[in-house]
Design a protein. Structure first.
Length: 232
DNA sequence: GCGACAG
DNA sequence: ATCTTGTCGC
C-alpha cells in the first residue's frame, strides 16, 4: 500500500490526510476496540489484532487476528505507514464495527497531526483515539502522581492531547484524538478504560492477543468470546 | 547546529 | 517493538 514511499512522500501524504481530520463530539459509545501489532525481531511478518470490549464495562466480546507482510520500516513520526495497512486488513474481518477504536500510539499529538490513530481513523472513516506509552511531540508537563491525574500537552500554545496517570507513581500515557472525536472527550473515555494496569484495557488486551497470535496460541480470523453462563 | 525521536 | 534477570515498591 505504501511500497516505495520515501519519507518525503510520506510527509506530503500526512499533510494531505490531516486536512480530512474532523474532531467533533462522539456520542453513544457502547463498544470500544483496541488495536495492536506484534512481530518477531528481524521479521517482516506482522501479527495484527483488534479486540472489541463493552463500554464502560470493559468486558471482552470479540477479537480478530490477521497476518500482514510489512513493506515499511519503523520511522519515528511515520508509524502509520508501517501499521495502518496491517490494521485495515484485520478491520475487514469485523462485520459490526465498534463505536471507537483505541490505537497504540498518537493521534493528533504529532508534528503533522497525523499519528497512527489519526491515520487509521481517516483511512477507515472511523472514530479513533491515540494512546501512546511515551511522548513524541509537545511540552511534556507531567501530571500529579496519583491515578487519574492529567495534564494538557501543548504544542506552540495549542492543546493537542493529555498526559494521563493510569496508575499511582507510574509513567503516564499520552491521550489524543485520532479522528471523529475531540482530545477532551478522548481523555474522558480513556479514564473509564483504566483497569489495574498502566496500559488501559483496550490496548492492553489487544497487545495480549497479538502476542498469543504470534506465538501460535491463537489463530487468524474473527473470534466471538463466549459469555460466561449466569444462573437466573 | 544540536538533541530528541510513538512502535 | 523484541530480547531478558533481577529487583524495588505496594
Amino acid at each position: 500500500m505504501y511500497d516505495n514511499f520515501s519519507l518525503e512522500d510520506a510527509t506530503a501524504l500526512q499533510i494531505k490526510l490531516a486536512k480530512h481530520l474532523k474532531l467533533q463530539n462522539l456520542q453513544n459509545i457502547f463498544t470500544i476496540a483496541g488495536a495492536d501489532i506484534s512481530f518477531n525481531k528481524n521479521s517482516t511478518t506482522m501479527y495484527a489484532g483488534i479486540v472489541i470490549l463493552s463500554y464502560p464495562q470493559m468486558i471482552l466480546k470479540a477479537f480478530a487476528l490477521e497476518n500482514y507482510e510489512t513493506s515499511f520500516p519503523y520511522e519515528s513520526g511515520f508509524l502509520g505507514f508501517r501499521e495502518v495497512p496491517a490494521l485495515l486488513k484485520v478491520w475487514e474481518l469485523i462485520a459490526i464495527k465498534p463505536d471507537v477504536v483505541v490505537l497504540d500510539g498518537n493521534g493528533i499529538l504529532h508534528p503533522r497531526r497525523m499519528g497512527v490513530a489519526s491515520h487509521f481513523g481517516i483511512m477507515a472513516n472511523q472514530p479513533t483515539i491515540g494512546c501512546a506509552k511515551s511522548i513524541l511531540h509537545g511540552d511534556n508537563h507531567l501530571p500529579g502522581k496519583s491515578k487519574y491525574s492529567f495534564e494538557e500537552i501543548k504544542s506552540y500554545g495549542e492543546t493537542l492531547g493529555y498526559a494521563l496517570r493510569t496508575k499511582d507513581n507510574n509513567k503516564p500515557v499520552y491521550i489524543s484524538a485520532g479522528q471523529l472525536i475531540t482530545s477532551e472527550q478522548a481523555l474522558a473515555v480513556m479514564k473509564k478504560c483504566i483497569g489495574n494496569y498502566r496500559i488501559p484495557e483496550p490496548t492492553r488486551m489487544a497487545h495480549e492477543i497479538v502476542n498469543d497470535f504470534r506465538t501460535g496460541n491463537l489463530k487468524a480470523g474473527f473470534h466471538l468470546v463466549e459469555q460466561p453462563l449466569t444462573l437466573f
